[in-house]
Design a protein around this ligand. Structure first.
Ligand SMILES: Nc1ncnc2c1ncn2[C@@H]1O[C@H](COP(=O)(O)OP(=O)(O)OP(=O)(O)O)[C@@H](O)[C@H]1O
Ligand SMILES: [Mg+2]
Length: 270
């Protein structure tokens, strides 16, 4: 399926250990992966399987204990703060807990202005900046004029998650790590958010990586699925291969846990 394509993000033996001795946890245990540009990827696993830890390493928020991460075919080198900032133009994330991603002292307009600045638009006239922020907010069904004087913590969890997507709209990264991007949202708005992310993917050509415990969501959105169990990738392949024809009992268990909402899909037949 990916013949001739280049991976945008790869890992070899990527490992993260926390603690020492008897308190040691191997959160991510020597994973290998090749994520290809334009593909929609899902990483699925139960709570505590290491998904967020892997996402943080991919983003460069924490260092791997062992192993290498390759970005666009080259070993990633983001040692300095300047290199990290450059890297974050290409890769961004939406986290499980949106509140933790915002600086408490910044109002919403300054959160969005930062994104414009990161994309090199710092010197644009004020009206143009407002136009861009308004467009980004309306893309996720938020009204910019109602938000300007507010802080992110004054929004509901779902609104915060939508604000994160508005940031992505402005930042236009090549890769988006979406770690349970709909955890704070009701089932109905959830479909809207997923559709919005897909629309964004078509619009700016980014590669989304969904991180979730919900294999039904993975089946719904992705081309390629990686199944994570206790820090390891135990199975991977196309969504049909992995989810309609699972090889591991663990994958089958994740499928059995799929909530009833997905029953109308083909999953009900496995
Ligand atoms: N900063 C940390 N210090 C110590 N242990 C940690 C730390 N972060 C994560 N862990 C441990 O690493 C393991 C993996 O955690 P992680 O948050 O990556 O799981 P997850 O798959 O994202 O789970 P969830 O679906 O609940 O979000 C867990 O056992 C967790 O307790
Ligand atoms: Mg997590």
């Amino acid at each position: 399926m990916n013949a001739g394509k280049k991976p945008c993000l790869s890992g070899r033996g990527v490992t993260k250990e926390f603690g020492f001795g008897r308190n040691k946890t191997v959160a991510v245990d020597g994973v290998d992966f090749d994520f290809y540009e334009g593909e929609i990827i899902s990483i699925v696993g139960e709570s505590g399987s290491g998904k967020t830890t892997l996402a943080k390493m991919l983003l460069g928020l924490i260092n791997a204990t062992e192993g290498d991460i390759f970005f666009q075919g080259k070993k990633r080198n983001i040692g300095s703060h300047r290199k990290k900032k450059e890297y974050w133009k290409s890769i961004q994330a939406i986290f499980q807990d949106p509140f933790s991603s915002y600086n408490t002292f910044n109002k919403i307009d300054s959160v969005l202005l930062d994104c414009i600045r990161m994309r090199g638009g710092g010197r644009l006239p004020r009206e143009k900046k407002i136009e861009l922020m308004t467009e980004a907010c309306s893309f996720v069904n938020l009204k910019f004029e109602e938000l300007t004087n507010k802080y992110p913590f004054e929004l509901s969890g779902g609104q915060q998650q939508r604000l994160m997507i508005a940031r992505i709209f402005l930042l236009k990264p090549q890769i988006l790590l979406a770690d349970e991007p709909t955890s704070m949202i009701d089932a109905c708005s959830r479909t809207t958010i997923l559709d919005t992310l897909m629309q964004l993917r078509d619009e700016i050509g980014m590669t989304p990586i969904f991180i979730t415990h919900d294999i039904g969501l993975a089946y719904y959105v992705s081309d390629t699925v990686y199944i994570m169990e206790r820090g390891k990738f135990v199975e991977s392949g196309t969504a049909d291969q992995v989810i309609l024809n699972p090889k591991k009992p663990y994958t089958q268990r994740l499928i059995n846990d799929v909530p009833k909402i997905y029953e109308e899909w083909d999953l009900s037949t496995v």
